[in-house]
Design a protein around this ligand. Structure first.
Ligand code: PFF
Length: 457
């Protein structure tokens, strides 16, 4: 069943609207929660250097390919693959993306829910008595052990996500991104300045800027490559879906470049804000996922003005997560609207609720279901691993193979040229480079990441 094609497809109201929404999708928990701790665990500056290379040679080319498929077909991922190939296999690859979006949303919203809950904790002043990470970690465990707390905030966050997507592309996603992204950047700059002005901040900066190459192991390179994917929302059709609301006169390579720069700068600034404060308060930078929820509350409790900065930080994290979660839900909604003829409003209510229900076992992994394991991982870690380490790289691999070898470059280039005529005429080498990267580098490197994920490498 297909929707009535006489109903006009929605479009972004402006070029800036698309860039802010796509940057909003890219900038999320990956930048502010995950990037600082994986950089912390893998040696700081040297890791960041490798990560920047991965973003440039894999992230940017695949981002251009995804947005191009969306804009060319004006369809959700399933419809986009079908329109360009007419093959059930490739349509199913689009379906894999929709599924990945759904799965990621379910556990992403759990962590985002903690972040929302931590705004409330910060306002209540719960962090003020923490002097040691142990106490802060115990407090975190007592919250996540509380089923009402963890499922309640999952519900609150999912509700907010649904509310924005309910209002559609222009009035919901674009409008929310235009308000939230500038706010995010302002808060981040305030936190960076606070971090840099703390006595002892230079040690944090040195950690971020002075490379220790002994940490750059093959494993670290693969982590950097995998993260380049996650942080740019690639491999599952989110950028394809957002690209499908673009018009033909937008310059895709230019827009993709701006999105990558914003995403990268924001991750680096978040790193500066966090590590200057962590080092100034003499805390350990390499504690892994607990960096934000265990270590930072202690850092804030020791810092002058920490009460306000703690509130600001968790607002920042929640905003970042929200602009990403809406893109995850939108992939699912676009599929049901385009392919199955659903009304947007019904689709949002139905699939938002289903994603919430699928999220519950992830939330319970931190308490009553902690002993339930699949392949040795609890439910939360399992879905995270499945989506981030298998489905996204697999999706990215198939997207680059599809654009380079199935759809074909000649056709792709004709479509890429719309809106980018000047770039084609004056700087064709950029396009030629893109071609080589998407054809050879991207598939080979992503394949290595996948082999690593499943334990072969
Ligand atoms: N890019 C987001 C982040 O860095 O947190 C995560 C994400 C959002 C991944 C949307 C995939 C996606 F489709």
């Amino acid at each position: 069943m297909h929707s009535d094609k006489s109903v006009k497809r929605e479009h972004w109201g402006s070029k800036l609207g698309f860039i802010l929404a796509a940057a909003g999708s890219a900038v999320g928990l990956g930048n502010i929660w995950k990037f600082p701790y994986i950089a912390g665990e893998n040696g700081g500056a040297a890791f960041i250097f490798v990560y920047l290379i991965c973003i440039a040679i894999i992230g940017l080319p695949v981002l251009i390919a995804e947005v191009l498929m969306g804009r060319t077909t004006q369809r959700n991922p399933v419809g986009a693959f079908r329109k360009l190939s007419n093959s059930p296999f490739w349509s199913a690859v689009g379906g894999l993306g929709v599924l990945a979006g759904f799965v990621i949303l379910s556990f992403y919203a759990v962590v985002a829910g903690w972040s929302f809950g931590y705004i409330v904790e910060a306002i209540k002043g719960s962090f003020s008595s923490f002097t040691k990470v142990g106490a802060s970690g115990d407090y975190f465990s007592s919250l996540t052990n509380n089923i009402v707390w963890i499922v309640g905030y999952l519900a609150v966050f999912m509700g907010l996500t649904m509310l924005i997507v309910y209002f559609g592309v222009q009035k919901g996603i674009e409008r929310a991104s235009k308000i939230m992204m500038p706010l995010l950047i302002i808060i981040l700059l305030i936190l960076m300045i606070r971090g840099l002005t703390l006595p002892g901040a230079d040690k944090g900066l040195e950690f971020l800027l002075k490379p220790d190459w002994s940490h750059v192991t093959p494993q670290a390179i693969l982590i950097a490559l995998g993260h380049a994917f996650f942080t740019l929302s690639l491999g599952m059709g989110a950028m394809m879906t957002y690209g499908s609301y673009m018009s033909k006169d937008d310059n895709i390579p230019n827009a993709a470049f701006q999105i990558v720069i914003l995403d990268t700068l924001i991750a680096l600034i978040a790193g500066i804000a966090i590590f200057t404060a962590v080092f100034a308060m003499s805390e350990n930078p390499a504690v892994g996922p607990g960096l934000i929820f265990h270590t930072l509350p202690v850092v804030f409790s020791k810092m002058a003005g920490g009460y306000i900065f703690a509130i600001l930080f968790f607002i920042l994290l929640t905003i970042a997560a929200l602009t990403s979660a809406i893109s995850l839900l939108e992939v699912v909604i676009a599929y049901f609207v385009d392919e199955r003829g659903w009304q947007r409003h019904n689709a949002v209510i139905t699939f938002g609720l289903v994603a919430f229900i699928v999220g519950i076992p992830s939330a319970l992994s931190f308490n009553v279901m902690s002993d339930f394991t699949i392949f040795g991982l609890n439910f939360f870690d399992f879905v995270d691993f499945l989506a981030s380490n298998i489905l996204l790289p697999l999706g990215g691999l198939l997207i680059s193979i599809f654009v380079a070898w199935v759809w074909g470059f000649d056709k792709a280039l004709i479509n890429l040229k719309y809106g980018a005529e000047r770039l084609f005429d004056n700087h064709f080498w950029i396009i030629a480079t893109w071609k080589v990267f998407i054809k050879y580098f991207a598939p080979v490197l992503i394949f290595l990441v996948l082999l690593n994920s499943i334990g072969i490498l």
